[in-house]
Design a protein around this ligand. Structure first.
Ligand SMILES: Cc1cc2nc3c(=O)[nH]c(=O)nc-3n(C[C@H](O)[C@H](O)[C@H](O)COP(=O)(O)O)c2cc1C
Length: 177
């Protein structure tokens, strides 16, 4: 009775397949949009808007990764990309656990010489009415080069939300130089 759920959990946890939303062949620059979305898909909706903004800046390959659905994010892949967008829901006035794990892994990778210091980055957060978690997301991103004010929104973003798209476009423009 208990065997099958355990098998399923192991299969999910050890899958290192990363969902790729978009991959423009021949693009010279690459941006990763990394976010945790679990409850209503609010963060995923924001991530898609930010990604569309990045693409609108020019010839940039954009990959979306929901940390809720992957085991761990490979920090070397982050280090190899040209820009990052990092999004989290506000969980207990902090970031989601998988996003904290991401920053922990970045810190430890830095000890091994894989540094993300100065990497162009934008931040986004959804919340249920509080939103204090943005302070933690900003603090954790201190070594990155955060190039714009964070996008913070209560609940789901409006359709086509211009602020979220503009955030992505700003990152794209920085990445393209
Ligand atoms: C465990 C948990 C803790 C939460 N804590 C807060 C909180 O402290 N402040 C707040 O404003 N919203 C809080 N929320 C609400 C979420 O931040 C909000 O619903 C978010 O938009 C969900 O994003 P998602 O649909 O992409 O998962 C919490 C939700 C969960 C599941």
């Amino acid at each position: 009775m208990f065997g099958r759920p355990l098998e399923v959990a192991i299969a999910i946890c050890y899958s290192d397949a990363l969902p790729t939303d978009c991959s423009e062949v021949g693009a010279t620059k690459k941006v990763l949009v990394i976010y945790h979305s679990q409850e209503y898909g609010n963060r995923a909706a924001c991530a898609a808007l930010v990604a569309s903004g990045v693409r609108s800046a020019g010839d940039i390959e954009v990959e979306l990764v929901n940390t809720h659905t992957v085991n761990r994010v490979d920090i070397e892949r982050l280090a190899a990309c040209d820009g990052l967008a990092i999004g989290s829901p506000d969980y207990a006035s902090y970031v989601a656990g998988t996003i904290k794990q991401l920053f922990d892994d970045m810190y430890v990778a830095g000890k091994r010489g894989i540094s993300l210091a100065g990497k162009p980055c934008v931040l986004f957060m959804t919340h249920g009415g509080g939103g204090a978690g943005i302070r933690a997301l900003k603090a954790l991103s201190g070594r990155l080069n955060v190039v714009a004010d964070a996008f913070v929104c209560r609940g789901a973003p409006e359709a086509g939300c211009p602020e979220a798209v503009a955030l992505g476009r700003t990152l794209g423009n920085v990445v393209l130089g």
